[in-house]
Design a protein around this ligand. Structure first.
Ligand code: URA
Length: 228
């Protein structure tokens, strides 16, 4: 644990991040009610209210539901995918299709339960035909992901697949080059790995073995970040 001054500096940074997020959403006044000030859970609830019925980008035209995210607001580990697929769009929850089932098994293989992590995506609405999200869609959704990060303040982030890793790390490097090591995502360690849908499409042992290495790295860094 750091000195009180470190905690204070951290709190100010968190507050500044959150105010920038609200500014990006066009908020001009702040209600200082008890609910508003209620920790990470309150922050997430406000964000979910703010995204209701969102029409900030063209993805709103084809979606059934907005897939905001799932998991505890106090999660130490946050996983970020690309965007909801068909099943997620139907159920309103991230990673609930076949790729999601594989993700659950990948986490469990290193003793991490899905119940303890927060899962979300770069964009919260399904891109038609599961195409990659486009730059205007990513930009429109960015304040929500930033808000989730500011509310949860995870100790470690895992980027699932090329698209999420490249977007978060602002790089064009392929996932094969990005994976296998820890990157700095602001002050948060970020571990990229293959998207579980990619692993389903490429079932050979070679990618599975690398994904397993990534999961072990994630476990080590997660323990370290929690002071274990
Ligand atoms: N693929 C993603 O990137 N996100 C989901 O939620 C489901 C599949």
């Amino acid at each position: 644990m750091g000195a009180p001054a470190d905690h204070l500096a951290e709190a100010f940074h968190g507050l500044a991040d959150h105010l920038r997020f609200l500014q990006a959403l066009g908020v001009k006044e702040l209600p200082l009610s008890r609910e508003y000030l209620a920790g990470p859970g309150g922050g997430l609830r406000r964000l979910e209210q703010a995204i209701e019925g969102c029409t900030r980008c063209k993805l709103c035209r084809g979606r059934r539901t907005i897939v905001f995210g799932s998991g505890p607001a106090e999660a130490g580990l946050m996983l970020i995918g690309e965007g909801p697929g068909e099943e997620e769009d139907r159920q309103g929850k991230p990673f609930v299709g076949r790729a999601g089932q594989l993700l659950t098994r990948m986490l469990e293989s290193v003793g991490i339960s899905r119940d303890e992590v927060y899962i979300t995506n770069i964009v919260k609405c399904r891109p038609p035909g599961n195409r990659n999200p486009e730059p205007d869609e990513i930009a429109a959704c960015a304040p929500f992901l930033d808000g989730q990060l500011a509310a949860i303040r995870p100790r470690i982030v895992c980027a699932l697949g090329t698209f999420a890793a490249q977007t978060l790390l602002r790089t064009r490097e392929p996932i094969g080059k990005l994976r296998g090591r820890v990157h700095a995502f602001g002050a948060i360690p970020l571990i990229p790995t293959f998207h579980p849908a990619f692993l389903l499409r490429n079932p050979g042992p070679q990618y599975r073995r690398l994904a397993w290495e990534d999961m072990k790295l994630l476990r080590r860094e997660y323990d370290r970040a929690r002071g274990g």
